[in-house]
Design a protein around this ligand. Structure first.
Ligand SMILES: Nc1nc2c([nH]c(=O)n2[C@H]2C[C@H](O)[C@@H](COP(=O)(O)OP(=O)(O)OP(=O)(O)O)O2)c(=O)[nH]1
Length: 131
């Protein structure tokens, strides 16, 4: 049976309500797809703790984590990912692409212009429904 990887993603919004979108780089798995920055949960860690840790490592800023947006399981060809996404806002610092290829801020109604990692599509749909 395929192991399930538990991953958390942050939907970071700025003061205009724009969402931070991160492009996975060539050194990452699934290069060239857009995602909500975050990563794998460590043992004994909550999704909120994971997100604060991962975003500090990957983007060099501190976020405040809010409510759950989506909790989905997606079957990729070789792995199964459980992705939980959370509303977040910046508490301090400015996001920088330390590991990602690129970061962009987009209004929710333009999110569908990007090619997202398939597990992220329910989150994109949920954000659009909330507009
Ligand atoms: N961080 C993040 N990962 C996502 C998203 N959607 C999605 O399918 N994933 C997948 C990609 C990876 O297989 C896994 C997250 O692992 P990670 O962020 O630690 O990525 P990684 O490059 O270290 O993964 P790996 O190469 O070590 O397997 O979940 C998302 O929105 N954010």
């Amino acid at each position: 049976m395929t192991k399930t990887i538990h991953v958390a993603g942050a939907v970071i919004r700025n003061q205009d309500g724009y969402v931070l979108c991160a492009l996975r780089s060539r050194t990452m798995s699934m290069p060239g797809l857009w995602e909500f920055p975050g990563g794998k949960l460590e043992a004994e860690e909550t999704a909120e703790q994971c997100l604060v840790r991962e975003i500090e490592e990957e983007l060099g800023c501190i976020i405040q984590v809010g409510r759950l947006i989506a909790d989905v399981v997606h079957e990729y060809p070789t792995i199964r990912v459980r992705l939980v996404t959370y509303e977040s806002s910046l508490a301090s610092g400015t996001p920088a692409a330390r590991e990602h290829e690129r970061l962009i801020w987009l209004p929710v109604n333009r999110l569908t212009e990007l090619e997202w990692a398939p597990a992220d599509l329910p989150t994109v749909d949920a954000l659009i429904t909330m507009i």
